[in-house]
Design a protein around this ligand. Structure first.
Ligand code: DQA
Length: 318
């Protein structure tokens, strides 16, 4: 089962609600506008919540609303423009949905919102400047959160919905590989750089993601310092029928029979990766209890090992 929700993010006035309604109708999904849900719940307009309780209060209830909406399935969710201000909103939504960024220019946005009195952050004299400044501040976060980016300038809402559907179909034909990182790998960049290099886990994941895209593969990342969490992810991968898994279990490699049994149970193709060449290091690292249940092990090539693992899995799956 692939992720079923479709989440539209973007600046106010980029067309999330209008496009979302068309998309939901075309796909036979339900449509939810998170701002409207908040207004219903609080029995107040967003602009009044901002005025009376302040932005911090609004962001708090907005986050609670995201957690609630993430429980549902087959929904097109139009989110508020400031959703990316809280990174936890994105990670919560990403678990159950595909995030689509409707990318609009400041001019396009201005045309759509110039006469709108309901936008709390635009109750100012110089709307154009506020839009340009706020968009510049948020653009990086929208792009970083998005699985799909759609430029909306010059297109009708119907055309934009059509482009989203084409993208989703293309994505459906993509393979899905999960990349699991175990204990202490969140410390890459800090821990023993002479052995593990100076790239952070985020840098490495970004490279894997970009490489995967060139091979028509979607990647999803997970890191935990806790054995049980990694086992839960492996079992989840089974239920979600992913195409393959790349795992660097960190030190769990050498002694976790729990991880080994989880990999053996799910019967999915798994490639074990290590940044360092574990066979050249201390003797306790020479043994992997994981390797016998994987299709192969790649070690000693630094972050490139993950890209080699993508190729290895890809040829194994095809
Ligand atoms: C590692 C090798 C392990 O022995 C070590 O405990 C790690 C990292 C690697 O990627 O080289 O945490 O998995």
């Amino acid at each position: 089962m692939r992720k079923s929700n479709i989440i539209l993010i973007g600046f106010m006035g980029s067309g999330k609600t209008t496009v979302g309604k068309i998309l939901a109708k075309n796909l036979h999904y339900s449509f939810v506008d998170s701002d409207e849900e908040i207004e219903k719940q609080e029995q107040k307009l967003i602009v009044d919540i901002f005025k009376e309780q302040g932005e911090t209060y609004f962001r708090k209830i907005e986050h609670e609303m995201m957690q609630k909406l993430a429980q549902g399935e087959k929904q097109v969710i139009a989110t508020g423009g400031g959703i990316i201000v809280n990174k936890d909103n994105i990670s919560c939504l990403k678990k159950t949905g595909i995030i689509i960024y409707l990318k609009a220019s400041p001019n396009h946005i201005y045309k759509n919102v110039q006469r709108d009195k309901t936008r709390p952050l635009l109750q100012v004299e110089n709307k154009q400047k506020v839009i340009a400044d706020l968009l510049a501040e948020r653009e990086g976060d929208y792009l970083g959160a998005a699985d799909i980016i759609i430029s909306v300038d010059g297109y009708t809402p119907q055309e934009i919905a059509g482009q989203i559907q084409e993208n989703l179909q293309r994505r459906d034909s993509m393979k899905e590989i999960w990349v699991l990182h175990g204990v202490n790998l969140n410390f890459l960049g800090i821990r023993e750089p002479d052995i593990y290099g100076d790239q952070t886990l985020e840098d490495i994941n970004k490279k894997i993601c970009e490489y995967g895209r060139t091979k028509n593969i979607q990647t999803q990342f997970y890191q935990s310092n806790h054995e049980g969490n990694l086992i839960d992810q492996l079992q989840k991968a089974y239920y979600q029928n992913v195409d393959g898994i790349i795992i660097n279990p960190g030190a769990f490699t050498h002694y976790s029979y729990g991880l080994r049994d989880a990999i053996a149970s799910i019967a999915l193709p798994v490639v074990e990766v290590h940044l360092s060449n574990i066979h050249q290091r201390e003797s306790f690292r020479h043994q992997s209890v994981i390797a016998p249940v994987c299709i192969g092990q790649i070690c000693g090539f630094g972050a490139m090992g993950y890209l080699l693992a993508i190729d290895a899995l890809n040829s194994f799956i095809n």
